[in-house]
Design a protein around this ligand. Structure first.
Ligand code: ADP
Ligand code: ADP
Length: 230
């Protein structure tokens, strides 16, 4: 059953750059999916459509079979279902402390403070960052910042988590930690969509791959299909 689909999704930036051209993709519940492609291929632009941050120039995006709408109320609902972790932690971590940062999403969902606190505690534990509540995010290492960003999304309890370059800039230990977290979340039922440059990592992690080139999907399939099909 698809959790996310696009139909002829096309997106042109105001300066005329055609970043996405007729993207048709479908992701089923429970899958671990990767989008691969060179810098500038369109991965970030694509992901920005999946939580309604960007609106297609033409074509549609469907979440759980329902066409995405862009009014405030619909967007709030979408962000409960779809969480996006941006590549650059600076785009995500802006609160003075880790605690406040992770609390930001669930607060925005309008949850009561008790529930917010519970979720923050649980999420930080899940990513191995308990004890860092009072630290300013900018004093953490890259790997720790990535894990706090992920905790902020976990705290919103989305059905689908999208992560732009989950392991970029991390040392091997950081890569292992993040992948362990992602696999754990997937085992608990969360659908995952990541972008990556790292073929080795993707072969190990994803069960489905889309290759994006110049705004188009040029190949897709299981990891084996895609990497033996040259
Ligand atoms: P990524 O790490 O996803 O490849 P980029 O380096 O392509 O990201 O882009 C970094 C930032 O610069 C993004 O916010 C993107 O929207 C913006 N950007 C990229 N290319 C352009 C461009 N040609 N004109 C304006 N902004 C751009
Ligand atoms: P990727 O994430 O795969 O690196 P992007 O989605 O960032 O690719 O970029 C896709 C294309 O859109 C590139 O040609 C990039 O230069 C362009 N682009 C990205 N952001 C902007 C922007 N804000 N304005 C104009 N062009 C952009």
């Amino acid at each position: 059953e698809p959790i996310l689909e696009t139909q002829d999704l096309t997106f042109t930036y105001p300066d005329g750059t055609r970043a996405l051209k007729n993207i048709n993709m479908s992701i089923n519940k429970g899958e671990k999916v990767a989008v691969m492609g060179a810098n500038g291929a369109g991965k970030s632009t694509l992901f920005s459509h999946f939580n309604g941050l960007s609106q297609p120039t033409s074509g549609i995006v469907k979440i759980n079979g329902e066409e995405m709408k862009y009014d405030k109320k619909s967007l709030l609902k979408i962000r409960q279902k779809v969480g996006v972790v941006f590549q650059n932690p600076d785009d995500q971590l802006f609160a003075p402390t880790v605690q406040e940062d992770v609390a930001f999403g669930p607060m925005n969902l309008g949850l009561d403070l008790n529930e917010v606190d519970k979720r923050v505690e649980k999420s930080l534990k899940m990513v191995g960052m308990e004890g860092f509540e009072e630290k300013p995010p900018h004093h953490l290492s890259g790997g720790q910042q990535k894990r706090v960003s992920i905790a902020g999304i976990i705290a919103m309890d989305p059905e689908l988590m999208i992560i732009d370059e989950p392991t970029a800039g991390l040392d091997p230990q950081g890569v292992d930690q993040v992948l362990t977290i992602l696999n754990h979340l997937n085992e608990k039922g969360m659908t995952l969509l990541v972008s990556s440059h790292n073929v080795e990592l993707i072969t190990e992690f994803a069960n489905k791959i889309f290759i994006v080139h110049d705004g188009e999907i040029i190949n897709e399939g299981s990891t084996n299909d895609v990497f033996s099909n040259h």
